[in-house]
Design a protein around this ligand. Structure first.
Ligand code: GDP
Ligand code: CA
Length: 320
């Protein structure tokens, strides 16, 4: 079976690990089960001359088992000696940490990109080292970067708004800069069209999944695939589980409620993007409205606090 997951970073990574555990270790090696992750790139940026791709790295490190579980991002056993040197030269950023091991990845990536290799091939090269049991595809090979237009008239790169200001500066709108000329990376539209099932991970609906869907052709492929498209709510009990997704939803005028996010994606049979939507049991009161809208909604536990729970959620998603 070919399973495609459309995803951002950490929320999606937890889900994909659960999916792998549910389908059996090393699905790609086994051949029968294939997982393709289509990953957001709009958090990417240039920093100190290096191309940083946070969501791709979150997934790569998590599937490799090399991630820092406690901190929730980056590499386990990380040090920050290089970063401290950059700060000493006045070139560092106090609000964005570049770990030493992580910098190794960024240097390797930037080296390959500068040789003219497209991002999707670079990602394949970097992932080959780890043997992830899943194929990672950037949504696009083009540079698409989310910018935030604040209500006080400033335009910030998404990372600055998110990491430096913790999404506290009211945003008027998000701009997926570059998405108007971007095309899906090789294999992306085909993976969606030929999938047996497609899952929208419990990732940020605006700046992760939304930024993937902003690339011309991807939403269309979702509407056209014969696969069932199942989404999982990143909102539980009216709150983003981790992170500040509620601030992003407010900006696009969607309530931070599991039901509202499902309705925002919309039923495929009414021109939307999903066939089924999983909400947490605490949000079960939203089921009738979702079902009336033509979405096969069900309420199951959505917390992925350990691998067993992520695995159970993956099983529920495949059943949906
Ligand atoms: P990022 O790119 O690293 O911010 O990660 P994603 O966009 O993939 O995921 C962020 C979203 O994951 C947040 O909006 C959270 O609400 C959601 N999330 C994180 N942990 C969980 C969880 O255990 N369960 C569910 N349902 N959602 C989660
Ligand atoms: Ca992200």
């Amino acid at each position: 079976m070919r399973t495609v997951v459309i995803t951002g970073g950490v929320g999606g990574a937890r889900f994909i690990r659960g999916l792998q555990s549910h389908l059996g270790e090393g699905p790609i090696a086994g051949g029968a089960e294939q997982i393709t992750a289509i990953v957001n790139v709009a958090d990417d940026m240039w920093m100190n001359g290096l191309r940083i791709t946070p969501d791709l790295d979150s997934i790569m490190y998590a599937l490799a088992g090399a991630n820092d579980e406690e901190r929730g991002w980056g590499r386990r056993g990380e040090t920050e000696r290089v970063s401290a040197e950059l700060v000493a030269y006045g070139l560092g950023h106090s609000w964005f940490t570049l770990g030493d091991l992580d910098l190794g990845t960024h240097i390797a990536r930037t080296d390959l990109l500068r040789q003219g290799i497209p991002l999707s091939d670079v990602v394949a090269r970097l992932c080959a080292r780890w043997g992830l049991g899943a194929r990672l595809l950037p949504a696009t090979d083009s540079e698409v970067e989310t910018h935030v237009h604040t209500t006080d008239g400033e335009v910030l790169h998404f990372q600055e708004w998110w990491v430096r200001y913790r999404a506290t500066r009211p945003a008027e709108r998000f701009e997926y800069r570059g998405s108007d000329v971007a095309t899906p990376a090789p294999g992306v539209a085909q993976a969606i069209r030929e999938a047996d099932r497609v899952i929208l991970a419990p990732s940020n609906p605006v700046v992760s999944v939304g930024a993937v869907l902003a690339i011309d052709g991807i939403a269309q492929a979702l509407r056209e695939t014969s696969a069932r498209v199942v989404g999982i709510s990143p909102i539980i009990g009216g709150r983003a589980v981790r992170g500040m997704a509620d601030a992003c939803l407010a900006t696009i005028g969607v309530a931070a409620e599991a039901g509202s996010v499902g309705l925002h994606y919309g039923a495929r049979l009414a021109g939307g993007l999903i066939d089924a939507w999983l909400i947490d049991t605490v949000d079960a009161s939203a089921l009738p409205e979702l079902q009336r809208a033509g979405i096969a909604a069900s309420a199951v536990p959505l917390w992925m606090t350990d691998l067993e729970l992520s695995c159970q959620l993956a099983a529920d998603a495949l059943r949906a």
